[in-house]
Every structure is written in C-alpha cells, then in structure tokens.
Design a protein around this ligand. Structure first.
Ligand SMILES: Cc1ncc(COP(=O)(O)O)c(C=O)c1O
Length: 481
C-alpha cells in the first residue's frame, strides 16, 4: 500500500508532552500489572483471586447468526464448555487475546498498517489495540489520559454531542474548527493555528468524526484529510479519529482513506533522499455498535502504545476490563465468519442505510424541497437545505423559516431551531435534535439533526409532512408578528 516508504514511529518520549498530569501519576494495577507474567509456560500462579469457572452454572452457549453471503440463511454457533470458560473468567485489561488478535489483523487489512507495538526497529509502527465498553468508554478515558485542565482542544464544529460534556468535565478550552460538506475546513484550521495567541499553550488534540459525521452526515474528502494530517505533523497535535460510521460508507466513489491509514501513505519529509512517513499522531476509535450490536458494548482504540497503556490503567481502576463474555461472543461470531464475510456483512449494513438515506431524501425533497408536494398543497418554496450524506445515519438540514418577505426580522443564520423543534414540531408529533446541542459554545443555529436509521417508509413520509406543517406554521406566525 505504501510502496517503499520508510516508516518512523514516534518514540515513547514524544508522548510525555501529551500525557496529562493525572495520566503520569497512574501506576499499573498491583495485580493486573503482573498478569502477563502468569503466561510464562511452567509458572504456577498464586496471583489473582480468580473464581474457578467450573463452579459457574453456564456449561455452553449456542446462538444463531445471519450468514452475510446468503440471504435468509442462518448458522448455529456453539461455544462449548472449554471454549466458554475464558468468557466466564477475568481476562486481560486490554481485551481477551483472541479478539485482540482478530481485530489487530482487521486493522492491518482495513488500514494497511503493520502491527508492531514497540516503536523500536525498522518498520515497527508502534501501535496496538485496547478494547473498551463501546468507543465512548475509550474516548472518555483517552481524554483523561491526554488533557489537563486549561488545555486547548480543537474540535470540529458541529461536533458529536457526546464529546462536549467529556471535554467540559476536563475543564479544557474547546476551540471550534468549522466544517462543511467536505469535512474540516483545513484553511480555517490553518488560520487558527497560525494565529494562535502567543504565550498560550498550543493545542494537543483535534477531535473529528470523519465518516458520516454525527451530526452533520459529512464524510471528509481525501484532500481535506491530507491537509489536516499535514497540519497535525506541522503543529504537533494528535488526531482523535472517532470513526463509528467507518463501515457505514455508501458513497459512489472509492472511500477516502482513514487518518490512521494516511499516516503510512503520506510522506512527511526525506531522509538521505528517501521519503519517509512519521507515524503515531493518530488515535483511532472504532465501534462494533453500528455493525454487530450496540448492546455488546464493544469498541476499540488503535494507536500509540504510550497512550493506550495509560488508558488500560484507567480501565484497570474503573471496571477491570470489558465483559469477557461479550468479547467471546463477538470473537466466536467474527472467527466463524472470517474477514471476507465480515466485510460482506458491513457492505450489507451500509447498503441497508443507503436505501434508508434514499427514502428519507426523496421525502425531504418532496415535502421541504420546494414545489407542490401533493394535490391540495401549494408551492411554499424551499423549506430546508441539506447535503446528502454518503455514510452513517444522519441528515443535517437547515430549516428555512425565513421567507424573502420576513427575513428582515432576523438574520437567517441567527435563527434557532430549538424552539421550533422542541415546541412546535413536538406539538405536531415529530421530534429531531436541534443543532445547537452539537455546538460546544451552545450558539444558535437553524440546523437540525435527523436520524433515519430506524424509520419505516411510512414514518418518514409522515415525519416530513409534519415538519413541513411546522415550518409553515412558524413562518406564518413570524409574518403575523
Ligand atoms: C461519533 C460517535 N462517537 C462515539 C459513539 C459511541 O459509540 P459506542 O456505542 O461505540 O460507545 C457514538 C454513538 O452514537 C457516536 O456517534
């Protein structure tokens, strides 16, 4: 994938500047820290207070699962008593070894990265994995690992609402970097970095959701990703690549490369006339929530060892590890499929959401896109603006409450969708999320996030009719003021 590019992993000391004071104080758990020693053949361990699995009532587990390559076909997977016992027992903090191994290979295939935990020898890429209780768990622990109160963190804006309270809790300054339909506006990011106030600590992190962004639905273009990575290298910040919608890409053109993959394909300089790539500025978060089951609560972080060992120490303190049983179930399913069936499954899932997107957009166009939707309706002009998502499950649209006649009352960019959604739309029987909840500074916005993942076609039609009714009511209220 990366031809003959030389790979240079950043050394462990590089991360000293990035680790928070709290992370620096963390020590390995006195018991869990010794677990790896137990694995030496011949060692009799009197270490951990592990219960004996044969005393547990579970003797086997059988479940059925879809075959991704054969429609309407299921296979039965039985986890025998022997195979089940690791799922009933405590295991490694970073995840059960079988699942870690399976996902490590997945990352190698999907992102063209060679696994190599210790950034020492030639070709070693210095990354590893940690499994968490969903990616949210790992994002939160990574924030604790990397942020000191008063630090500045760059966040794409609008941003995933679930990250805002985490950063607030860390008492950091959230610097909003504007996005558009192509992702983070690299020119704005550059401007922010070039004009960074003298004496103020430089930002250590940039948080982004590059595929089917929650809330905007945008998928960042390759060009933008390259520009952002270039800036990360130039200004030395770590990209938190939160990518739960990576496998929900259904765009027509080839998928843009992940930041994690770009690190080994985008050279950053030359050494003795040879181009090289420096790796270690991307901490990637994946999730099984959108592709296998949200209830499994399994996500994984992929990135520098120096950061993830601290994340693991937080896990050892907080919850010891993710449930061995759900990890085992996920592993047995994935192992029975193999990688080809896994990719076939994710293709099926993304095709499912592409169809949902098409239905939603068709009705959005019909009821809010201008023209006469149905007999008896009048042409009220456009009632909303949007960009069609190419991944994920969200539409982000701007409600056009202002008409040319009443736009003098308020600049349309100052219109806020909150009251319209929470009061008028709800009274009309439709609910969505007002865009303001995705802005760290809570400013007003006429945008709304609508999720189309669960709706039937009839529900979409009805929801769009109700939204149309709502916008027209608010328009008329404003005109009569
Ligand atoms: C952008 C983003 N990040 C993280 C998460 C959390 O996902 P998980 O279920 O893996 O914790 C979500 C969930 O919707 C999300 O949209």
């Amino acid at each position: 994938m990366n031809g003959n590019l030389k790979i240079k992993a950043l050394p462990a000391e590089f991360y000293d500047r990035f680790l928070s004071d709290r992370a620096k104080k963390l020590q390995p758990s006195p018991i869990r820290g010794l677990y790896p020693l137990e694995k030496k053949p011949g060692v009799i361990s009197l270490l951990a207070g592990k219960p004996e699995p044969s005393t547990f009532p579970f003797t086997s587990l059988t479940f059925t699962a879809k075959d991704p390559l054969k429609e309407n076909s299921e296979s039965t997977i039985t986890i025998s008593q022997d195979q089940l016992s690791p799922g009933l027992q405590y295991s490694d903090t970073a995840g059960i070894p079988d699942l870690l191994k399976w996902i490590t290979t997945l990352q190698e295939i999907a992102h063209g990265r060679k696994h190599g935990m210790h950034a020492s020898g030639e070709g070693e890429e210095g990354w590893r994995l940690s499994i968490g209780s969903g990616s949210q768990d790992l994002i939160s622990k990574s924030a604790t690992t990397l942020i000191n109160p008063g630090d500045s963190v760059l966040v794409e804006s609008p941003v995933y609402a679930g990250i805002i309270p985490i950063f607030k809790h860390m008492d950091c300054k959230q610097i909003e970097v504007p996005t558009d339909a192509h992702g983070i506006r690299a020119s704005s990011l550059k401007e922010i970095l070039e004009n960074w106030p003298e004496g103020e600590k430089k930002p250590k992190l940039l948080y982004t959701v590059p595929y089917g962004c929650n809330p905007t639905g945008m998928t960042a273009s390759l060009e933008r990703r390259k520009e952002v990575l270039k800036l990360a290298r130039q200004y030395n910040f770590i990209i938190l690549e939160d990518d739960p919608y990576y496998y929900l890409y259904y765009g027509k053109s080839a998928r843009p490369t992940s930041y994690f993959a770009l690190e080994v394909t985008e050279p950053c300089g030359e050494e003795a006339g040879e181009p090289y790539c420096e790796v270690g500025r991307v901490l990637r978060f994946d999730s099984l929530s959108k592709i296998l089951s949200a209830g499994l609560r399994i996500g994984f972080a992929t990135g520098p060892e120096a950061i993830l060992r601290k994340v693991d120490m937080l896990t050892a303190n907080a919850n010891l590890q993710v449930s061995s049983l759900t990890q085992l179930i996920a592993f047995r399913l994935l192992d029975s499929w193999g990688y080809d069936k896994f990719f076939a499954h994710t293709k099926n899932v993304s095709a499912f959401y592409a169809q949902k997107r098409d239905i939603f957009e068709r009705e959005l166009k019909k009821w809010l896109g201008g023209g006469v939707p149905e007999e008896g309706e009048s042409d009220e002009g456009r009632l909303a603006d949007w960009v069609s998502p190419e991944a994920g499950m969200f539409f982000w649209f701007k409600l056009l409450v202002d008409t040319p006649n009443n736009s003098s009352s308020q600049d349309s960019d100052e219109q806020d969708s909150r009251t319209l959604i929470e009061t008028h739309a709800y009274a009309n029987g439709v609910l969505a999320l007002p865009g303001t909840v995705f802005l760290p500074n809570g400013s007003k916005t006429p945008y709304v996030r609508a999720s189309f993942s669960l709706l039937t076609e009839d529900q979409v039609v009805e929801a769009m009719k109700r939204l149309r009714k709502t916008v027209l009511e608010v328009r008329s209220e404003q005109a009569n003021r």
